[in-house]
Design a protein around this ligand. Structure first.
Ligand code: HSE
Length: 432
């Protein structure tokens, strides 16, 4: 098919690392991408905070007024890569109101205001595509929304934050402390000067909300996601995991509970090395999806960076431009299932608990009794003596968060228990 005569005109909001990659690639490859879309595409305007020279981008494209783009009747498609909630939300809502389709990479906005944006877009017959919002270059949104539309997802687990995966990989492979690797990650540009969003799991929680909403046909926001980061993970935890053939990973997990609720959470996990996600190293991302008919699927690749993220955005741009030319829209996310979010206390996992205890007769028995009193069954116990003290490492069978929390509270009150060094959830081991 030769590209249609009327071009699809594109306006872009933001021109940082990702936006400038998108603009350069789109300008360089316009002819070929237009042929793929079946319609001529044209990057018409780019809104920036301050106009400065960008290599490979004609300066006449820039404006400092983003509203002039979303209100321009000549523009058909908006690429939003400015990030943040406002003014991105208002600009996108204005664009939709003005009958423009949107391609966005804005995970924070989708995870907090997605419902409002989708409702408005569908009422106007426009697309919102957001492949780049989760796991950068990895095709995961459209596989979840389109390719798996005929299946039933039951569970997904993802390494969706490259910064924390880089830190945990270096702790595991080079026996280095968290703070030391974090400094290196900042120097390399993986981690921000303020690393809170990555290290404390906020970034992963936004992505977990987006993925679980798609998987379970329910509106899920970042406030629904239980979240713990990796800043409390010590080198000692990593070494113990390693000695037990596990790695520690920050996972985003979303699954259906037996009560058909959604359990969605982000926290560090001790993952058995045989699990496919355990071999995802450095700043790479991966999402492992389980579906009723498809079985297990794994999506792997670069989760950040200018060109990888631009790849996902441009794939969306080609698809949306085609819909505009054909006066149609793509597959939509749906919220018909409207499932409840399971309280974290009801989530079942295995746990590893490390305790410093007095090395005296009866101590181990009293600890075991405390677990039993709260209905928590012990799978393995290891004890390492150190003079008058001992370090005890216990792995439980499946227990609810509530049962485990109550056990830990009781352990804290015991005279023989000097310290609870860590409590880490365990996934991917062989038996329940
Ligand atoms: N800061 C994110 C990460 C990339 O470290 O993976 C953007 O989502």
């Amino acid at each position: 098919m030769s590209p249609a005569d009327k071009p699809v005109r594109i306006g872009m909001l933001g021109c940082g690392v990702v936006g400038s990659s998108v603009a350069r690639l789109l300008l360089a490859d316009t002819a070929e991408l237009s042929t793929r879309a079946g319609v001529k595409m044209e990057l018409s305007r780019i809104a920036v905070r301050t106009i400065k020279p960008y290599e490979g981008i004609n300066p006449s494209l820039f404006t400092t007024d983003p509203f002039s783009i979303v209100n321009d009747p000549e523009i058909d498609l908006i690429i939003e890569v400015m990030g943040g909630i406002e003014p991105a939300r208002e600009l996108i809502m204005t664009a939709i109101e003005n009958r423009k389709s949107v391609v966005t990479a804005n995970k924070a906005l989708l995870a907090s205001h997605g419902a409002e944006m989708f409702t408005a877009a569908y009422a106007k017959g426009e697309d919102i595509y957001y492949e780049a919002s989760v796991a950068g270059a990895i095709p995961i949104i459209r596989p979840m929304r389109d390719s798996l539309a005929g299946d039933f997802v039951t569970r997904l687990m993802g390494i969706v934050n490259g910064t924390t995966n880089y830190i945990l990989t270096k702790m595991h492979e080079d026996d280095r402390e968290f703070a030391d690797v974090l400094k290196e990650a900042q120097a390399l540009g993986y981690a921000e000067a303020d690393p809170t969003a990555d290290v404390e799991g906020f970034d992963a929680a936004a992505k977990a909300a987006i993925l679980s909403g798609l998987a379970f046909h329910t509106r899920v926001t970042v406030d629904d996601v239980y979240r713990e980061g990796i800043s409390k993970i010590t080198l000692e935890d990593v070494k113990i995991a390693k000695s037990m053939d596990h790695v520690i990973k920050l996972l985003a997990i979303a699954e259906l509970t037996p009560a058909d609720e959604i359990s969605v959470r982000v926290h560090p996990v001790m993952l058995h090395k045989s699990h496919p996600l355990a071999s995802v190293r450095d700043a790479y991302n991966a999402v492992f999806v389980e579906a009723e008919s498809a079985g297990s699927l794994m999506f792997y690749g670069r989760g950040a960076g200018g060109a990888p993220t631009a790849s996902a955005i441009l794939g969306d741009v080609v698809a949306v431009a085609r819909h505009i030319a054909l006066n149609s829209v793509g597959q939509r996310e749906t919220d018909y299932a409207d499932r409840d979010i399971a309280p974290i206390e009801s989530t079942k996992t295995k746990f590893l608990i490390r305790l410093e205890v007095a090395d005296k007769a009866g101590v181990l028995a009293s600890i075991a009794t405390t677990f039993a009193n709260h209905g928590v069954s012990i799978q393995t116990v290891n004890q390492a003596g150190r003079n008058d003290d001992a370090e005890v490492t216990i792995v439980t069978h499946l227990a609810t968060e509530g049962e485990l929390k109550a056990t830990v509270e009781s352990l804290k009150k015991m005279d023989a228990v000097q310290n609870i060094s860590s409590v880490i959830r365990v996934e991917g081991a062989t038996s329940a």
